[in-house]
Ligand binder design. Structure first.
Ligand code: 6CS
Length: 283
C-alpha cells in the first residue's frame, strides 16, 4: 500500500508541475487550469425551473446555470456541461469528482457549508406548499402537517423541504420523497399526497404550466426561513471558488447579475443583502 501511496504522490506532483508550467499561479489554480484545458465545467443541476431547466433539445438554462456559464466564460472556461441529479446526491457526487460544481439552487445551510466550499449567495427564495384548491386541510406550516395524523407531504429526496418537514415533527412515513416537480404536481392532483413542497418560485412555475384551477399555493410556509444558494465547490477547490467569487462580485456590481436572474423571478438585492458567512452560520 505504501508503494501505491508514493506513486500517487509522484503522479500528483507531475500533474501540478504541468499546470504550474501552464501559467497557473499555484498548484491551487491547477483546477481552474484543468477546466480551461477541458473546455467546460461539469455542473450538477436538478431540472427544477426557474432554478435549472433542461429543454427537450438538451439546452440547459435556469438562473443558476446561466450565472455559472457567464462566470466560467469570464474565467476562461468556454462552457458548462450539466448532469441532472437528485438534491440528496449532489454533494456526494461533487465529493466523488462526478461534478466540478453544483449550480442548482442547493441552499446554503451549516451542515452543507461544512461539506462543500460555497460561493457567495446567488439565488434566494422562501418555501411553498402546493395543495388542492381551498387548502382543505388548512396548512400554513410544516407543523400544521405534523399535527394532522392523516396528512402527507411530498418533497425532494435529501432536499431542504424534506428536512424542514421532518424537523417540524412530520413522521418519516408521512414525508414522501418525490423525484421531480411534475411527479409532485400529479401526486397532489391525484390526491396521493396532501401537499407538495418546493421553493416558492419552483411551485409557481409548476402551477403556471399546469393551468389547473383545482390547485392552490401556500406561500411563504410560515416558520420556514428564506434560503439562498451559492455555487458549491468541492472542499480543496477553494482557489477556484475564490476566482468564481471575484467574477460574481463584478457581475453584482455592474448590474449584470440582476439582468441574468431577475427575468427568472429572483431578486438580486436579496442575494446581495446577505453573505455566505451569515448563511452558513444561521441557527
Ligand atoms: O437546496 C435544496 O435542498 C432545495 N433547493 C431547491 C432549489 N429546490 C428544492 C431543494 O430541496
Amino acid at each position: 500500500m505504501k508503494k501505491l501511496g508514493i506513486l500517487a504522490g509522484v503522479a500528483g506532483l507531475a500533474v501540478s508541475a504541468v499546470f504550474l508550467a501552464s501559467g497557473a499561479r499555484s498548484a491551487d489554480d491547477a483546477k481552474l487550469e484543468q477546466l480551461k484545458q477541458q473546455g467546460f465545467a461539469r455542473v450538477a443541476i436538478a431540472n427544477e425551473p426557474p432554478y435549472t431547466a433542461v429543454a427537450a433539445d438538451g439546452k440547459v438554462s435556469g438562473a443558476a446555470p446561466d450565472v455559472a456559464r457567464e462566470i466560467f466564460k469570464r474565467l476562461g472556461v468556454k462552457d458548462i456541461v450539466a448532469s441532472i441529479s437528485e438534491y440528496g446526491a449532489m454533494i456526494p457526487g461533487l465529493q466523488a469528482g462526478r461534478f466540478d460544481v453544483v449550480t442548482a439552487g442547493l441552499f446554503m445551510k451549516p451542515e452543507r457549508c461544512a461539506a462543500v466550499a460555497y460561493s457567495e449567495p446567488v439565488l434566494c427564495d422562501a418555501e411553498a406548499l402546493l395543495v388542492k384548491k381551498g387548502n382543505p386541510k388548512g396548512f400554513k406550516s410544516y407543523e400544521d402537517i405534523a399535527k394532522d395524523s392523516s396528512a402527507t407531504v411530498g418533497a425532494p429526496g435529501g432536499g431542504t423541504e424534506e428536512k424542514l418537514a421532518l424537523n417540524a415533527g412530520v413522521p418519516r412515513d408521512r414525508v414522501i420523497v418525490v423525484p421531480d416537480g411534475q411527479s409532485g404536481l400529479k401526486m397532489v392532483q391525484d390526491g396521493r399526497i396532501d401537499a407538495y413542497s418546493l421553493p416558492v418560485l419552483s411551485i409557481n412555475d409548476l402551477v403556471k404550466k399546469a393551468n389547473d384551477p383545482n390547485l392552490a399555493v401556500i406561500a411563504p410556509v410560515v416558520g420556514a426561513p428564506v434560503y439562498c444558494d451559492g455555487a458549491a465547490f468541492k472542499k480543496g477547490d477553494e482557489a477556484l471558488r475564490d476566482a468564481y467569487d471575484v467574477e460574481l462580485a463584478k457581475l453584482k456590481k455592474s448590474g449584470e447579475f440582476a439582468k441574468i436572474i431577475e427575468p427568472y423571478g429572483f431578486s438580486a438585492a436579496a442575494a446581495m443583502s446577505t453573505t455566505r458567512e451569515k448563511l452558513c452560520s444561521a441557527k
